[in-house]
Structures are given as structure tokens and as C-alpha cells.
Design a binder for this molecule. Structure first.
Ligand SMILES: NC(=O)c1ccc[n+]([C@@H]2O[C@H](COP(=O)([O-])OP(=O)(O)OC[C@H]3O[C@@H](n4cnc5c(N)ncnc54)[C@H](O)[C@@H]3O)[C@@H](O)[C@H]2O)c1
Length: 703
């Protein structure tokens, strides 16, 4: 079936792109456009052609549903379609509305004329997937809008309204009123006036001192795109538009594109893109599951998390009541909310009116009666089972039927919390990350009794709150924190064996993590991990923990909030300054353990920390706590500062090859100071490695 329709209006043929939701340029559509062009060419009554999009816009670019299939490369490719336009004898007018993005814009740039509706968004966002526009965009856009503007658009992947490009060859007319009629009239006029259709390929690129400009651009772009090869290749491609004849420039673009599509960075970014989409799908909860309306919310506890969660609701325009036990705590919590909004306003992120509006949506109360009618309530009180059970017993008493009862617990058993109520089917975990109004990740914890529509509603709510939701089963620490515990343990063992905090942080940050484990611990508060470890020493006395972290806590060094932790901090600053006191402590602790300190390579540091994540991730996957490996990757990409160009820990392991991961683990297990139990590969990992498979299904990792 073709996704393009062909009609005529007098002497003008109209080809309508019709491939919902965004007219992705899939195989059928590409063929349909080319068939239409051939038909118009063959019909002597047709004098010109208009290309227009049905629905929301002209075209959003490549059809992402084709990304993993051979159809993506099947002829006619987009380049062939554009050649078809250029080879024809009749002028083609692109009628743009909504959006012309990526391949959609490249198609428009291949036409003779472009007429756009006001507000049409245009851009070439390929760089965001580690690619560059591969259908002539890097050659035609500089010819349309000039070298500098084109370079900025292509390197940033930014989207702009067409009005901003008024006066350039990208847009011949901006048409108020009915776009198709305007485009047809434009085509008729062009025919009547025998206006000579110009192809962008025939436009010369003139840019004085192009070489100097591109040298400057390379330095600037190189400095801000560490770890990502695509932005620099974008510069090279645009530079070739200025330096080479059109056809040669196209060949350069093609070869750069092919280098990128095979690069691990682009594969990782594409994986991350699909992983995020996949995370919203739950196999046994169909997408048409009816959801409950969420018009109002309540939060219990106005502490660090409660305040941030309340702000997330207010930011989405949902009124939210915040309940506390004491007036003082309530006042403090609400004051923090206001302060946060005001500091956003100072940075120019919010207007004064928005600050007022959002602050007004957050209302304080000391009484449960005031929250009884809320559609959803999120509990964020102290991490104590007794207190949480008592809160949920009260919620069960007061909340209206059908209200969703959510807990923000990080470690406690959501099923047990649910059992404190007579409606465990309404109970769910919503594990926000700190600061809750900023961090994108939301782990949605599905209890054994959680109703499907409750789960579907919370997933939908997450979207409204602009969060990336990942479903987790019930276990201690859920997906993210359960894994991070093993990573932190490994970082601790590395200290005992010979590394220093700054060396470990440095190696992992160089590898791409936003923050190494010790800087992260200082930020989160070392006391948080200490509390958990104290519980572990009782629950799991047989498990070996690096105890140096306890010593640091015993010294009152809880991290940034106390001015000292694994590093020291100067008042009002967040820079982690290496502290000789810690270095002495680390060295003397090794002596105490009888460990001969050794020089540890960056590679060993990275592998041990990352594979510690991977091995626990494999267990989480095997136990069904995570639905898919890519969900684990999303957790790390959105909640733990994992570098997108690595695609997440499970994808990084796939990239290294699971066979190699297991081999490294065996080597670490043989370390005389190591913990062989720690490095026993999870059964799933061992099996996949032996079978030569990957965690992520191949379809998710292919271009
Ligand atoms: N801080 C984090 O980074 C983080 C991250 C994710 C999840 N969590 C979880 O979120 C929850 C809250 O953590 P936090 O860091 O905001 O703690 P917090 O100590 O900052 O705040 C807890 C608030 O709850 C209030 N409170 C205590 N008992 C109450 C009750 N019975 N009724 C009403 N209010 C009550 C306290 O007055 C306090 O203001 C915990 O379960 C924690 O594990 C924390």
C-alpha cells in the first residue's frame, strides 16, 4: 500500500505524504512519492507538482519503525527520491506545515520551491542520534541559509521556526490561510511566469575565508563534544559543501555518514532512543488499558523529596496538597519550594507569574481530611517501615475510593506497605530521584497486587510530570540502587587495594560518567549508604563490605553538607578538593588490612566498577525485576549520569562482548584480595556469554 496519494488541481499535481503519525519517510511513502513524480512527469497536462503532508506536519524524517529493518536501505532511498525531483522537467513545490525535520527537511530542500505555513518547525536533528543528515542536508542547507546558520543548525540538531529563516532560499513564501491552496497558487504562478526553477544544488556556496572559519568551528565544537564524534563530522560535512563541487560534497557526506552509522557512539545513542520508548511498554498491560483521571494530588512529608515531588506536580499544572505532622516542618518545606522557584526565576527559567502560579498550586495542610479527595497521594516520610505502615493505614481510612496510594520508599518492601491497607491493588511505588523536580527518572514499582490500571495510570502520569518511567519489581533498592550498591562496594575494594578516591572518580569520569562514586557519595550524603550498610551487616553477615566508608562517616564526614567527606569542600562551593587526611586514612587502612597496595590501572577501575553494575543488572533481569535489559540502561542514563554515548551499563557490556566481560570477571575473581563470590557471573550472563549472545535483543542494537 502506498502512503502517498496523487491528485491533480488543474495543471498542478498534488502528492500528499500520508504516513501517520508524522509522515515518516518509510519505504512505501518513498515509493509513493517517486511514483507520483513519474506520473506527473508523464502527464502532459501537468505543469508543476506540489508535495504536501497530511495530518500534523510535512514530515518528521525517517520512519523510526524502519530503523531496525532492511526496508530502511531499500530503494528508492530518500536520496533517490530527491534525485527524481531534480531529474524531472517540472518544478516541484514543497508545502510545509507543522514540522519538516531530518529527512523531511532534506526532501523539501531537494524541491525547487518551498512554501511554508507560519510556525513550521524545521531542523536536522540527526546529530542527536550520533549521525549527520545523510540525504544531502549538509550540502543543501548551507546553500539555502548560508554556511554559519547551517553549521549551527546541523551541529546542534536544533529546531527553529521557519520565520527565523525568512529571507533565505529555504523559504520562498510564508503562506497565511490554506497552505495547499497557497502552494498550488504559487506553483501556477511560477508556471505562468515561466519562473526558472532553481535547485539548491546549483547554488554556489561562497564564504570568504571558509578554511579559517571551519578551523575555528572545529576547535569550538571539539571542545564541547568530548566522547561524541558526530558533531565534528557535521563540521567536516558542511566544510565540504564550501570546499567541493556539489556531487563531490554529497559523496563526502555519504562517507562521513557511513562512518558514523557504524560508530559505537551512534549505536549507543540510537539504543538509548529506542530504550526510552520501549520502557513505557509493559507486556501484560495493553496500551489501551483504561486509566484514571489525575486532576489533583497530595504528598505526605515536606522534606527533601516531598517538596520536589510537589513541585513536579505543580510544574505539570496539577494542584497538590502537602501534608506534614508539624507546622514547623510544613513551613520549612513550603519555604524551600518557593525558594527553588524563585531561584529558577532568577536564572530566567520561569517568569514571576509562573512562580506565583506554581507556588499557588502547592498548598499546605496538617489534616488528612484535606487530602481525602486527591486522585493520587505520594508518601515521602522517613524511611521507616513502622511510620510508613501507619501512614498507609491512615490513607486507607481517609482516601476516597479509587485514589492511587503511592510510596516514594527507596529500599522498603512495597508489598508490605500495601498490606497495611485493605486496598493493596491501589498501592504502587513511585521512586523519584533527588532533586525530584529536576531528575528525569521515575522508577515505578509494581507490587504483587498492584492493579494494571493503577500501573497504566502512573505510567501516564509520569509522562505528564515529564519523567521517564521505568517499571521495577519489588526488591531492596529496586533497579538503580540495588545495582549501585555493588558498584560502590567495588569502588571501596579498589581503595583498599591501592587506588585513591580521586583516581577512581577520575577514571570513571574520563570514561564518561558525570560523577565518580566518591564525588557522588559526597553529594548524596555518606550517611545514607552508612545506614544501609549497618542494616546489611545484620541481614547479610557473610557478605564482605569495604569498611573504610564507615570510618569516613564516623569522622562526621558526610559529604558536601558537612563540608567534608571523601573530599573537602570550601564554604558555598561544590568543588571536590582532594584531602590529604583521606589519603592518609586510605593508605593506613590498607596497612591495617595487611594489604600490599599496588598501582591499579584506569582500565581495571572502570571494568570492575562497571561490571559490578552489569552482574547485578543480569540478576535483576533474570529475576524479572526489570522487564528488559534496555530498561536498566534507561535507569542509568536518566538517573545516574551514565554517558549516553555508552548506551547504559547493559549496552556497554554488550558492546564489550559478554564473553570478554565474563573473562574479565574471572580474572578479578583470582585477585588474592578480591572477593571471588562477588565475581561469580550471574547465570544469565554466563549463559548469554557462552551462547555468544547479548543482553539487548539484536533488533534493539542494530542501526
Ligand atoms: N533523599 C533522597 O535522595 C531520596 C531519594 C529517593 C527516595 N527517598 C525516599 O523518600 C522518602 C523521604 O525522604 P527525604 O529524603 O525526603 O526525607 P526527609 O527527612 O527530608 O523528609 C521526611 C519528611 O517527612 C516528614 N514526616 C515524618 N513522618 C511523617 C508523618 N507520619 N506524616 C507526615 N510527615 C511525616 C518529616 O517531618 C520530614 O519533613 C524516604 O522514604 C526516602 O527513602 C529519598
Amino acid at each position: 500500500m502506498s502512503s502517498a496519494s496523487y491528485t491533480t488541481r488543474g495543471a498542478i499535481a498534488v502528492i500528499t505524504l500520508d504516513n501517520p503519525p508524522v509522515n515518516g519517510l518509510g519505504y512505501e511513502l518513498r515509493r509513493g512519492i517517486l511514483d507520483g513524480l513519474d506520473r506527473a512527469e508523464a502527464d502532459p497536462a501537468v505543469k508543476a507538482v506540489v508535495l504536501v503532508g497530511a495530518g500534523r506536519g510535512f514530515s518528521g524524517g525517517a520512519d523510526i519503525r524502519e530503523f531496525t529493518t532492511p526496508k530502511m536501505y531499500a530503494e528508492p532511498t530518500l536520496r533517490t527520491v530527491i534525485r527524481g525531483i531534480e531529474a524531472g522537467s517540472k518544478p516541484v513545490v514543497a508545502a510545509l506545515h507543522g514540522m519538516a525535520m531530518g529527512g523531511g527537511l532534506e526532501l523539501a530542500l531537494g524541491c525547487h520551491f518551498r512554501v511554508a505555513a507560519p510556525g513550521t518547525q524545521v531542523g536536522l536533528p540527526e546529530v542527536k542520534l550520533g549521525l549527520l543528515p545523510g540525504a544531502g542536508g549538509t550540502q543543501r542547507l548551507p546553500r539555502a541559509v548560508g554556511v554559519e546558520t547551517a553549521l549551527n543548525l546541523i551541529v546542534s540538531g536544533a529546531t527553529v521556526a521557519v520565520e527565523q529563516l525568512r529571507g533565505t532560499a529555504l523559504v520562498d513564501a510564508i503562506a497565511e490561510g490554506n497552505l495547499l491552496e497557497a502552494a498550488v497558487a504559487f506553483a501556477e504562478k511560477a508556471v505562468a511566469e515561466k519562473r526558472k526553477p532553481t535547485l539548491l544544488r546549483d547554488v554556489a556556496v561562497s564564504y570568504p575565508n571558509a578554511e579559517g572559519f571551519f578551523q575555528f568551528a572545529r576547535t569550538g565544537v571539539g571542545a564541547v563534544s568530548k566522547g561524541y564524534p558526530a558533531p565534528l563530522k557535521c563540521v567536516d560535512a558542511v566544510a565540504s559543501a564550501a570546499a567541493q563541487p556539489f556531487e563531490e560534497g554529497l559523496r563526502t557526506e555519504r562517507s562521513l555518514f557511513l562512518q558514523l552509522i557504524d560508530s559505537p557512539e551512534s549505536k549507543a545513542l540510537r539504543h538509548a532512543f529506542f530504550a526510552e520508548r520501549a520502557a513505557s511498554k509493559i507486556p501484560d498491560v495493553p496500551e489501551d488499558t483504561p486509566t484514571r483521571a489525575i486532576r489533583s494530588a497530595a504528598v505526605i512529608g515536606a522534606g527533601t523529596m516531598g517538596g520536589g515531588i510537589a513541585m513536579s506536580f505543580a510544574n505539570a499544572g496539577i494542584p497538590v496538597m502537602v501534608l506534614e505532622v508539624k507546622q514547623e516542618a510544613l513551613d520549612k518545606g513550603l519555604a524551600t519550594v518557593r525558594k527553588n522557584y524563585e531561584s529558577s526565576a532568577k536564572k530566567g527559567k520561569l517568569t514571576a507569574a509562573q512562580v506565583e502560579e506554581r507556588t499557588r498550586l502547592v498548598r499546605p495542610t496538617l489534616s488528612y481530611a484535606d487530602i481525602a479527595q486527591a486522585d493520587v497521594v505520594v508518601e515521602a516520610v522517613f524511611e521507616d517501615m513502622g511510620i510508613k505502615e501507619s501512614v498507609f493505614r491512615t490513607l486507607d481510612e481517609v482516601m476516597k475510593p479509587g485514589a492511587i496510594l503511592a510510596t516514594n520508599t527507596s529500599t522498603l518492601d512495597v508489598n508490605r506497605i500495601a498490606r497495611a491497607t485493605r486496598r493493596p491493588q491501589e498501592v504502587i511505588g513511585t521512586h523519584f530521584f533527588s532533586p525530584a523536580h529536576v531528575m528525569k527518572l521515575l522508577e515505578v514499582v509494581r507490587g504483587e497486587k498492584t492493579a494494571k490500571d493503577v500501573l497504566a495510570t502512573v505510567m501516564e502520569l509520569a509522562k505528564k510530570l515529564k519523567k521517564t518511567a521505568v517499571v521495577s519489581g519489588v526488591c531492596d533498592g529496586f533497579i538503580g540502587n540495588r545495582m549501585i550498591e555493588q558498584y560502590s562496594r567495588q569502588a571501596g575494594f579498589l581503595l583498599e587495594e591501592g587506588a585513591l578516591p580521586k583516581q577512581i572518580d577520575g577514571a570513571l569520569e574520563k570514561w564518561g560518567l558525570a560523577m565518580g562514586p566518591f564525588r557522588m557519595a559526597d553529594l548524596a550524603g555518606n550517611d545514607v549508604g552508612w545506614l544501609i550498610r549497618k542494616r546489611r551487616y545484620v541481614e547479610k553477615p557473610h557478605v564482605k563490605y569495604p569498611r573504610l566508608a564507615d570510618r569516613v562517616c564516623e569522622m562526621g564526614r558526610f559529604g558536601q553538607k558537612t563540608g567534608a567527606g571523601w573530599y573537602r569542600y570550601e564554604a558555598g562551593k561544590r568543588d571536590a578538593i582532594p584531602d590529604p587526611a583521606i589519603e592518609e586514612l586510605v593508605v593506613s587502612y590498607s596497612k591495617e588490612l595487611g594489604v600490599q597496595r599496588r598501582k591499579i590501572s584506569e582500565e581495571e577501575i572502570v571494568e570492575r566498577c562497571i561490571y559490578a553494575l552489569v552482574n547485578e543488572g543480569a540478576r535483576i533481569l533474570e529475576e524479572g525485576i526489570a522487564l528488559r535489559a534496555s530498561d536498566i540502561d534507561v535507569v542509568y542514563l536518566t538517573g545516574y549520569g551514565f554517558p549516553p554515548f555508552r548506551g547504559g551499563p547493559m549496552f556497554a557490556a554488550d558492546t564489550a562482548g559478554l564473553y570478554n566481560v565474563v573473562r574479565s570477571m574471572k580474572r578479578f575473581a583470582a585477585n588474592p584480595h578480591g572477593d571471588p563470590g562477588f565475581w561469580k557471573p550471574a547465570p544469565l550472563l554466563e549463559r548469554l556469554a557462552a551462547e555468544g549472545k547479548t543482553f539487548n535483543a539484536p533488533a534493539e542494537t542494530r542501526p
